[in-house]
Design a protein around this ligand. Structure first.
Ligand code: C2E
Ligand code: CA
Ligand code: CA
Length: 554
């Protein structure tokens, strides 16, 4: 399993999920704020467009006023050829003006034109008339010309005072057309297509103070107000109002940058979160219990075998099984690093059972053919608290080539026994199956002799600490001698642990110990090496003969 995957324990995933949710809150707030900014920009943009349209209209009408003032000041007040041509020149010179004429008191033109456009410019209907506050003397009419076009007519007294001089301005010239083009171009870009000029464009409407329509550009949208940006502006001076309406989608171009920013920030946060999660899963100390659980399921706990030797004859007596954690990278972890956790987490039961099955598979046939050999398993004190163990051990070895009589269970003296009566009962049930019980680490634990005497075990294993001091420390030597005597009197076997040199072997022989294990003979060996040792030290013929002898003796 990869390092990465190993980081994704259930706890990590929950932590990452909580982190993601917590990180999402500021993200949502940020995006909410951003959409507020986008909204404001859209609204500001449409307000500005409406304001611009009004300023432009005012500017054009001011030009007209300037022209009419100049004509009046120049003495234009009759239909003289010269004055007519002055008016004509003014029409050409002032862009928005379509026609300039002199009007009598009834508003009729006093200088009828004979050109082709005269009929077009004739007044068909006047909708409204009002006088302007500034400059004084001016009036503004809204009317329809002969060609059906809406016009604004600005008029003032002409020179001489008898008539009025008036200029016609098509209202469409007061409403900027190019704004619409501009918006359509943006729309086209925003939607990646040519843009539907009337479907998606801006709608603009110019009207008088009393809401009479002057000019219109685009088509009024049917969307509800929420989908539209609406901008309004008005000219106090000329009594004009403009209303501009744009669908939100059209204004999107203005917010594009912001949406990109939102997207970018969201993406960056999500990516940072992902990297952080990955970083955590690499860095965070793993849940060690979950690690053991996973390794157990993956079969990473394997048995090693330390030979136990008869130091009187040199023959192999069997082996103690010592667990090793074989990591996927090939490294071996010693039991001291994980057994305490396996015990406290309760995984020790499954681990021990798994180990027994593996031993049974690996060396079962070789051991089963040699009844003189015993296989010894370390059993945590905890396992003796539940009598299910008796049934379980039976189930495992009933199917195995290893006979019950070849199984030894070691219980360490280091662990205090919580319920002595139950433990005693379980031990005797196991002995009933033919299994033998050993007390491990004798001399180091809480109990001293009392366990030995009361538990009714079959073997005592004297701890390395005592073996090391035999021959050098008189007290230790005496204690070991006493233990050995006592054990023999109680028909218990004695095994010396951690024997590292031949001097120690000599001492052990002297005090009557027959069995020993330790580096002097062999370290814990992997299954394949142990099997070779079994073959080498106890060729099957000899073992089979022993078996016959043992059967005959019984
Ligand atoms: P232990 O049962 O007392 O096992 C003997 C320990 O002494 C082993 O250490 C062994 O490798 C080491 N040893 C053997 N000969 C010598 C020697 O000559 N010199 C020295 N210095 N050490 C020697 P290991 O394998 O590290 O195991 C440590 C302890 O872990 C074991 O002590 C046992 O209490 C526990 N253990 C091992 N396997 C299991 C298991 O399957 N279940 C349980 N519950 N405990 C286990
Ligand atoms: Ca042991
Ligand atoms: Ca021991």
């Amino acid at each position: 399993m990869s390092l990465f995957a190993r980081g994704f324990t259930r706890q990590n995933i929950v932590a990452i999920a909580v982190g993601a949710v917590l990180a999402c809150v500021p993200l949502v707030v940020f995006n909410f704020w951003l959409s507020g900014v986008a909204e404001r920009i859209g609204q500001e943009e449409i307000d500005l467009s409406a304001r611009n349209a009004i300023v432009r209209a005012e500017h054009r009408l001011a030009l007209v006023i300037e022209t009419l003032d100049a004509l009046a000041a120049g003495g234009v007040g009759t239909c003289d050829a010269e004055e007519r041509s002055a008016m004509q020149r003014a029409v050409f010179a002032t862009a928005p003006i379509k026609d300039i004429s002199l009007l009598d008191r009834d508003g009729r033109s006093i200088c009828p034109r004979a050109d082709d456009a005269a009929a077009d410019d004739a007044i068909r209907r006047i909708y409204s008339s009002e006088s302007l506050a500034t400059p004084q003397g001016y009036a503004l009419d809204v009317l329809t010309a002969g060609n059906g076009r809406r016009m604004i007519r600005l008029r003032r007294p002409a020179a001489g005072g008898g008539h009025e001089i008036a200029a016609l301005v098509p209202t469409t010239l007061l409403l900027p057309q190019y704004e619409v083009d501009l918006f359509d171009a943006h729309a086209a870009r925003a939607f990646g297509g040519p843009g539907d000029r009337h479907g998606q464009g801006l709608y603009a409407r110019l009207e008088t103070r009393n809401r009479a329509m002057l000019a219109e550009v685009g088509q009024r949208r049917e969307e509800t107000i929420g989908d539209l940006f609406i901008g309004k502006s008005h000219s106090d001076r000329f009594g004009l109002r403009v209303e501009m309406i744009a669908p939100r989608s059209l204004m999107a171009h203005g917010q594009w940058g912001i949406w990109w920013l939102g997207l970018l920030v969201t993406g960056a946060v999500v990516m940072a979160l992902g990297l952080f999660a990955a970083f955590l899963s690499f860095r965070q100390p793993h849940n060690p219990v979950a690690d053991i659980e996973r390794a157990l399921a993956a079969g990473e706990f394997v048995p090693y075998y330390q030979p136990i030797v008869d130091i009187a004859t040199g023959q192999l007596r069997g082996a103690e099984v010592l667990v090793r954690w074989k990591k996927p990278d090939g490294s071996l972890v010693l039991p001291g690093a994980f057994i305490p956790l396996a015990e406290s987490s309760g995984l020790i039961r499954a681990m021990t059972y798994d180990l027994m099955r593996r031993v049974s598979d690996e060396v079962g046939p070789a051991i089963g053919q040699r009844l003189g050999l015993k296989v010894s398993f370390n059993f945590a004190g905890k396992l003796f608290a539940d009598d299910a163990i008796v049934q379980d051990v039976f189930a495992i070895f009933a199917k195995s080539a290893i006979k019950m009589s070849q199984v030894v269970l070691e219980v360490t003296e280091r662990d205090p026994i919580e319920n002595f009566a139950v433990t005693r009962q379980i031990i005797s049930s196991l002995q009933g199956l033919g299994v033998r019980i050993a007390i491990d680490d004798v001399g180091t634990g809480h109990s001293g002799l009392s366990y030995m005497l009361k538990l009714g075990v079959d073997i005592i294993k004297i701890d390395k600490m005592f073996i090391d001091s035999i021959g050098t420390d008189r007290n230790s030597t005496t204690i070991v001698e006493t233990l050995v005597d006592l054990a023999h009197n109680m028909r218990m076997d004695v095994i010396a642990e951690g024997v590292e040199n031949f001097e120690q072997v000599m001492h052990l022989r002297e005090i009557g110990i027959r069995a020993a294990q330790g580096y002097v003979f062999a370290p814990p060996l992997p299954g394949s090496a142990f099997l070779k040792l079994v073959e080498a030290m106890d060729a099957l013929g000899e073992g089979a003969a022993q078996e016959r002898d043992a059967a005959a003796a019984a």
